[in-house]
Design a binder for this molecule. Structure first.
Ligand code: S3P
Length: 451
């Protein structure tokens, strides 16, 4: 097997990932596992913290984002054991019982931590909280959750009428609402449902298209009174329930598996099996998009683990064709669009991705950053206001690119580098640790450099 050379150069806070593709190419082989699902990890820590009794979490993602959630909820009074993948114990303190911390709560880079936590804090009557995040998070829109919370009676202050962190929250007794969200966002939906847990009455969220439903599934498992109306994409939670600690088993993250699905599909001669991946239908848009492009992906050993569907995913190289995606599939693959753009670069024809303006307010402006960075490698990518147009089939030539401190950009560029001639240096590769701390090790493994 021919191998790419993957070199990591680290200083205290920064990492360069240097990928040197041999002139005769590279093929990827192996059976691998990806870390735990980020969305499910956050929710297990949060629900564990506000439930009564103990929650045990197996397979937690040890990335920086769930670490931010754990440190915030420890500061709010929940007892959370040292984080590990075997079994994390969360001793919850019951709904409405979080303590007022003596310092600012810092969500780091994590939008999920900040937005979901806001819903929980806003309903803690009589307590005062301040929340912030890193420079990326402090520039991301919070009005999408602050406005509906204010409609429920929350008191929240921040820059630009409460739309940017740092935010200050004076907890209140909230009232239930029916919120018709203008965007399909699981963070918005989850924030309001969490606030609704101790609001007076029944809180309903309706979204324009279905976003990931991990909150609904887990709230139900913890004992909340939840009902779902699939016809209208609505979820209702009752304000009277109590939550009880559970055993949660976190499946592998399909958003992390997506890097290997695309790598296996585009690097000639490759075959990879990614074990134990969550295939919740609200997350499998990437499988559908790659199937539309002609990728050879099969689901093996399909099963349900702790309420979430799981499978092993086998991918083999095949020549991909372009596709057009937009509409309801977008929320089901929103985090995979950067790596889907890499797939499109190696596909025949012009791929158009639209209705994805949300990408502009993720950890970076992923539309602008992916277009700029892929074009540096020689790709033909045009920015659209709400997506990307990518003409595939150009040969990529290794050069210096930058993650722009965005984890999914760092990893997407590393996969693009495997099919770029010569040497590619990805600056800011340390960002991958937000959701995938072992990404480089697995990259070296599939390139045949380690066992
Ligand atoms: C997430 C929801 C998504 C996603 C994010 C995680 C979640 O955001 O991009 O990485 O865990 O709820 P939106 O639902 O706001 O698009």
């Amino acid at each position: 097997m021919s191998t790419a050379v993957v070199i990591v150069k680290s200083t205290e806070h920064q990492q360069d990932l240097i990928i040197d593709r041999p002139a005769f190419g590279v093929s990827l082989q192996g059976r691998i596992r990806v870390p735990g699902d980020k969305s499910i990890s956050h929710r297990a820590l949060m629900l564990g913290a506000i439930a009564q009794g103990e929650t045990y979490i197996q397979g937690l993602l040890l990335g920086e984002d769930p670490r931010s959630t754990a440190s915030c909820f420890r500061a709010l009074g929940a007892e959370i054991s040292e984080l590990n993948t075997e079994s994390v114990r969360v001793r919850g303190i019951g709904l409405g019982n979080l303590q007022e911390p003596s310092d600012v709560l810092n969500a780091g880079n994590s939008g999920t931590t900040l937005r979901l936590m806001l819903g929980i804090l806003a309903s803690h009557k009589g307590r005062f909280f301040t929340v912030t995040g890193d420079s990326s998070l402090r520039s991301r829109p919070m009005s999408r959750v602050v406005k509906p919370l204010q409609q429920m009676g929350a008191q929240i202050w921040g820059r630009q009428s409460g739309s940017l962190a740092p935010l200050a929250i004076q907890g209140q007794q909230l009232q239930a609402i029916h919120y018709k969200s203008p965007i399909a966002s699981a963070q918005v939906k989850s924030c309001i449902l969490l606030a609704g847990l101790i609001a007076e009455g029944e809180t309903t969220v309706t979204e324009p298209a279905l976003s990931r439903d991990h909150s609904e599934r887990m709230l139900q498992a913890f004992g909340a009174k939840i009902s779902v109306d699939p016809e209208t994409n609505s979820v209702t939670v009752s304000g009277s329930a109590q939550l009880h600690g559970q055993n949660v088993i976190v499946p592998g993250d399909i958003s992390s598996a997506a890097f290997w699905l695309v790598a296996g599909a585009v690097v000639p001669g490759s075959e990879l099996c990614i074990e134990n991946v969550g295939v919740n239908p609200t997350r499998t848009g990437i499988l559908e998009a790659l199937a539309m492009m002609g990728a050879d992906i099969t689901l093996e050993n399909q099963r349900v683990v702790a309420g979430e569907p799981v499978a092993d995913l086998r991918v083999k190289y095949s020549q991909l064709n372009s596709c057009e995606i937009g509409g309801d599939i977008i929320p089901r693959l929103i985090d995979e669009i950067p790596i889907l753009a890499v797939a499109a670069v190696f596909a025949k024809g012009t791929t158009v991705i639209k209705d994805a303006a949300e990408l502009r307010v993720k950890e970076s402006d992923r539309i602008a950053v992916m277009a700029n960075q892929l074009n540096r490698l020689g790709a033909k990518v045009t920015e659209l206001p709400d997506g990307l147009e990518i003409t595939g089939g150009t040969s990529l030539i290794g050069t210096e690119v930058h993650s722009c401190t965005d984890h999914r950009i760092a990893m997407s560029l590393a996969i693009a580098a495997l099919n770029s001639s010569g040497t590619t240096t990805i600056h800011g590769a340390e960002a991958a640790a937000i959701s995938y701390p072992d990404f480089t090790t697995t990259l070296q493994q599939v390139c045949g450099e380690t066992n």
